[in-house]
Design a protein around this ligand. Structure first.
Ligand SMILES: [Zn+2]
Length: 528
């Protein structure tokens, strides 16, 4: 690839230090030199790139990604690189695409088919999956947590019970194998089956296998009525297991609890003295997940076939109706927390209702919302996702204020079409455009630090996340006067303006605002 001298830009190096005009020399896949403007001789480079008027930053790290299948898509998905994202931490919310046990393939497919497009799911171990992904070609650098739900399904399917000693050993072995392959930590998704059936002790036992370089990241049991209790559980896991913890997509996901983010940070403050605690947010007031998450946990036990049978049963529907209408019900009750009118169908197999609210769909079908939900899930064979307008801007801003908050898109797997949440294509540019440029609630240098070096340090990615000699040439050059997030709820995949150049491992993936559709990403392995 030779050497390229990047001249004329203002450099924001990822450390949080003030921006300075500077030169950066890229040689092959590395940053070979960083100096003040005009100090790197042109003869050191085989080509010179003039970045006058642009701000040069380390490539952004999406710490909360679900792009596990992105390498497997035939067309390169450019939704992340177009925003300046060069590295993604996958395997969040308890789900990874490996390990898969031959005897529990059905349980695995029962869940992945609800949210991933069809692929050839022919691997078993985590190492085998990584080889498969790397062979297909990685659009961004690929790091991954290992998902507790996936480990549990491999060990015992979608059973609603505690694991036996043998099953606990199998889960632990799966985790250790993934850590040996460089997985950056363990993730849980305790609202989803089968994580929702696990107790705290089960998680502590697994988390205790994590080395000090790894992180425990949790999509907590409840982000609404019982948010503070769920945070307490997460901290208990971290304290008992002696590991660092990371609160995934921290939010107050219940209209009745808006304003509670202040209490959250008050709870966290004294605990931070003894425990490294970090968190990520996506800069939106709507959440998004699979439509089946509206159902109480008992509906999911055993997998797809029993779930479909329960959805057909009038008795089960009555029980669901009573529970989702009960403000004291002890599960993550999104229907009540958001309201059916604020839950919008994002994508489905047929696509016929994408963009309409559950209240509208039910009204149009002449049904009550629970019957409508049950019939929709049956008709779509469980393959449907939703967007829930369930958070407040005030709580989001409070979380963004904390110096330990990173940005994670939480963008759902690509390749499904529909009308997904704009966070997948907009999160990082939205931070620059809305929170840095327009509202000025974050300094550019601080926003960049959270999106780069803080993320690299938290998730054990040495040599990434800064503009520094010897670091990987993952870089983004943006015009901060025009940078604009254009992804909206009605046009969710619209790419940004103002992200002019992006390099991954020294190779251009965006050139003059246009994605090059290359796949220069690498598997990033934590060394534990
Ligand atoms: Zn999640």
């Amino acid at each position: 690839m030779g050497s390229t001298l990047l001249r004329g830009a203002v450099v924001v190096d990822g450390s949080g230090d003030p921006a300075v005009p500077g030169d950066v020399l890229i040689t092959d896949d590395r940053i070979a030199a960083v100096a003040r403007a005009g100090e790197i001789p042109v003869r050191r480079a085989s080509q010179v790139s003039d970045l006058s008027g642009l701000t040069l930053m380390p490539g952004f790290i999406d710490v909360h990604a679900h792009s596990d299948n992105a390498p497997l898509l035939e067309d390169v998905d450019t939704s992340k690189t177009a925003q300046g994202v060069t590295t993604e931490i996958n395997g969040n919310c308890g789900f990874t695409l490996a390990p898969v046990a031959p005897e529990n393939v059905d349980g695995f497919l029962s869940l992945v088919r609800r949210i991933f497009p069809d692929h050839d799911w022919s691997w078993h171990g985590y190492a085998e999956f990584l080889d498969h992904a790397a062979d297909a070609g990685l659009p961004t650098n690929f790091a991954s947590l290992i998902g507790h739900n996936t480990l549990r399904i491999a060990a015992m399917g979608l059973e609603e019970r505690p694991p036996s000693p043998t099953e606990r050993t199998a889960m632990r072995r799966g985790l250790e194998e993934a850590l040996a392959e460089g997985a950056v930590g363990l993730s849980t998704g305790l609202v989803y089956p089968p994580g929702v059936y696990s107790g705290t002790d089960e998680i502590v036992e697994l988390a205790a296998a994590l080395p000090s370089t790894a992180v425990y990241a949790s999509h907590m049991r409840n982000e609404g009525q019982h948010l503070r209790r769920s945070i307490e559980e997460t901290l208990e896991v971290a304290e008992r297991a002696g590991v660092r913890c990371h609160l995934s997509h921290l939010k107050v996901a219940d209209r009745r609890r808006w304003g509670a983010m202040d209490d959250v940070f008050q709870d966290l403050a004294p605990r931070r003295a003894g425990l490294p605690i970090t968190q990520d947010v996506y800069p939106y007031t709507a959440a998004s997940t699979m439509l089946t998450a509206l159902l109480p946990p008992w509906m999911h036990a055993g997998g797809t076939r029993p779930l479909l049978e329960r959805l057909r049963s009038a008795g089960c529907r009555d029980r669901v109706r009573a529970q989702v209408g009960d403000p004291t019900a002890d599960f993550e009750n999104y229907a009540l927390a958001a309201g059916w009118e604020n839950i919008v169908l994002a994508g489905s197999g047929t696509g016929r209702y994408d963009g309409a609210s559950m209240a509208e769909i039910a009204l149009g079908r002449g049904q009550d919302p629970v019957d409508c939900l049950a019939d929709l899930l049956i008709e779509e064979e469980l393959r449907a996702t939703m967007i829930m307008h369930i958070m407040s801007e005030g709580d989001l801003r409070r979380a963004l204020d904390d110096p330990r908050t990173m940005i994670g898109s939480d963008g759902l797997p690509r390749g499904n079409g529909g009308r997904p949440h704009p966070r997948g294509a907009g999160s990082f540019v939205r931070v620059l455009d809305v929170y840095v440029r327009r509202l000025a609630v974050m300094r550019l240098e601080e926003a960049v630090r959270r999106m780069t070096s803080l993320a690299a340090e938290t998730f054990s990615l040495p040599g990434r996340g800064r503009i520094r000699e010897g670091y990987a040439a993952d870089l983004v050059a943006a015009d901060m006067t025009t940078v604009e997030d254009r992804a909206t709820y009605s046009e969710p995949t619209a790419g940004p303006r103002g992200i002019e150049h992006v390099w991954i491992n020294g190779e251009p993936v965006v050139r003059e605002g246009t994605p090059t559709c290359r796949r220069p990403g690498r598997v990033l392995r934590a060394r534990h």
